[in-house]
Design a protein around this ligand. Sequence first.
Ligand SMILES: Cc1cc2nc3c(=O)[nH]c(=O)nc-3n(C[C@H](O)[C@H](O)[C@H](O)COP(=O)(O)OP(=O)(O)OC[C@H]3O[C@@H](n4cnc5c(N)ncnc54)[C@H](O)[C@@H]3O)c2cc1C
Length: 82
Amino acid sequence: MVTISTDQYDALIVGQGAAAFAAAMYAARYQMKPIVIGERFGGETATGGLIENYPGYPEIDGFDLMLKFRELADEPARGSAS
Ligand SMILES: Cc1cc2nc3c(=O)[nH]c(=O)nc-3n(C[C@H](O)[C@H](O)[C@H](O)COP(=O)(O)OP(=O)(O)OC[C@H]3O[C@@H](n4cnc5c(N)ncnc54)[C@H](O)[C@@H]3O)c2cc1C
């Protein structure tokens, strides 16, 4: 069993797909301290191969896109709500 102090995190997000990392990014923007846990990094997107309809990217590999999602969710700078 893993024990996590509530001083470290105040939101637990289950899953490691697009929805989970988006939720983490928005939680951080509103000064929450989220932790993301999940079974499989990247969810369906990471194993879907080439993504051709994601705004801003004419085409991008799904795994690479999920790495970018995680990078943004990890960035402390994203934690400030504008
Ligand atoms: C082959 C394929 C190609 C696709 N191509 C495109 C595309 O080109 N463009 C597009 O917009 N969409 C595409 N999609 C759809 C896109 O992948 C999904 O809309 C997206 O992955 C949904 O994200 P999600 O975070 O809601 O769920 P998921 O990606 O399903 O992520 C769920 C996460 O939760 C984890 N999880 C589930 N249950 C538990 C549990 N009990 N405990 C812990 N962890 C758990 C899973 O392991 C996973 O990491 C494609 C899907 C597939 C399969």
